[in-house]
Design a protein around this ligand. Structure first.
Ligand SMILES: [Zn+2]
Length: 386
């Protein structure tokens, strides 16, 4: 196996509690893993050597919340929203129609294009969800296509109730035949707990069934108003509750005293003209925060994790270090991939070699130079992809 020494690192963010942040550092990658991290002066000899000439290096972004299996375009809905129409979950039906009628190769091509777009901006681990099929066949197909392309697949049959169904009948389908068909392709199940989507009791049924089927749990909650999503997620031991735009003090307390990650999706809040979540309250209470893109054609059509980090710093009161950690380690934690073999969101021996080189002397430049594409080089699982 060829080993590659990445040297000349001006500032290295590892997210490892013992290694911390290093200056004048080096990394050795071998196969898919990081095998050595330390001061440049003590780096071992290797076959290949890449000098990054003083640039900053951090783990690749871990985007723990996207919806990339879709067809169609909703830019006119976006324009109408900017002209004053409020966002509701109803636009999802438009994407469902387009997705159902698209052939496999069209869905796969869109998915690959968006993954490539994300990777080119430093994202090295991606989760994506089903949820635009909403039939047994279409949800299974979405999960199968996603499982061939992304790192983590989530079954979101409970996205909205499709037309022609009563909510109760649809929940029964999701918890029964649909879950059984999709589970082989997914590690996670998710439910959209929101007015216009699913209520607390329906969510509870989906989460209980998914848990029984051996899937890990995630929840879309508290996006458009206060609601039961956060408490349900905590109660069911979900890995993450995502959005968290409207939180009560007891929601914040519950998150701080649980293993459930609060995943914030600021690009979505901006695109739907919602307030931004109170990241400060969550962090100060001791909750674990992740940042993700929520890339989808309706409410957040961006793959840019750097944009989310910049927004978190400039508009949500997070420090640069908190935001960078939330978009790397936090995302990994939300996917339960931050430790053990093949860990992501962290650079230490044994972790996956997901390396993001910024054309900047420090991570502070992500906020200091908003909107500037700073990604200089990317390794994903040891392979140079940019
Ligand atoms: Zn979402």
């Amino acid at each position: 196996m060829t080993a590659t020494l990445v040297t000349g690192i001006g500032e290295l963010t590892t997210n490892d509690p013992e290694l911390g942040r290093l200056t004048d550092a080096a990394l050795v990658l071998e196969g898919t893993r990081v095998v050595w991290v330390g001061p440049g002066a003590r780096a071992p000899d290797t076959d290949e050597r890449v000098d990054v000439e003083g640039r900053t290096v951090l783990p690749g972004w871990v985007d723990s919340h996207t919806h990339l299996v879709f067809a169609g375009d909703r830019s006119s809905e976006f324009a109408a929203r900017l002209a004053g129409q409020p966002y509701d979950a109803g636009g999802i039906a438009v994407t469902v129609g387009a997705t159902r009628s698209a052939p496999d190769h069209v869905l796969a091509a869109t998915l690959r294009r968006l993954v490539r777009e994300a990777v080119n901006q430093g994202t090295t681990c991606l989760e994506t969800k089903t949820g635009y099929g909403l039939t047994v066949a279409d949800e299974t197909r979405s999960a199968r296509l996603a499982s061939e392309i992304v790192d983590e697949v989530t079954f979101l049959g409970a996205h909205v109730v499709p037309s022609g169904w009563s909510a109760d009948d649809y929940v029964r389908l999701v918890c029964g035949e649909m879950l059984g068909a999709v589970a082989p392709y997914a590690r996670w199940a998710d439910v959209f707990c929101e007015r216009g989507a699913f209520d607390a009791e329906q969510c509870r049924e989906v989460l209980t069934a998914a848990d029984r089927a051996g899937l890990g749990l995630r929840v879309h909650g508290n996006q458009l108003g206060p609601g039961p999503g956060v408490l349900l997620a905590v109660e069911h031991g979900a890995a993450s509750v995502d959005h968290c735009t409207y939180l009560t003090d007891s929601d914040v307390d519950a998150l701080a005293n649980s293993d459930t990650v609060a995943t914030l999706l600021p690009a979505c809040d901006l695109s739907t003209r919602q307030p931004l979540p109170d990241a400060r309250a969550l962090l100060d209470a001791g909750a674990t925060v992740a940042l993700a893109s929520n890339c989808n054609p309706g409410s957040s059509y961006t793959t840019s994790m750097a944009f989310c980090v910049t927004t978190a710093v400039l508009q949500m009161g997070m420090t640069v270090d908190e935001a960078v950690r939330a978009a790397t380690w936090g995302g990994a934690r939300a996917l339960r991939r931050e430790s053990g073999e093949d860990a992501v969101g962290v650079l230490r021996p044994g972790a996956r070699a997901d390396v993001h080189v910024l054309d900047a002397p420090s991570v502070a430049h992500l906020a200091y130079r908003p909107g500037v594409p700073l990604t200089h080089a990317v390794w994903r699982a040891g392979r140079r992809v940019r």
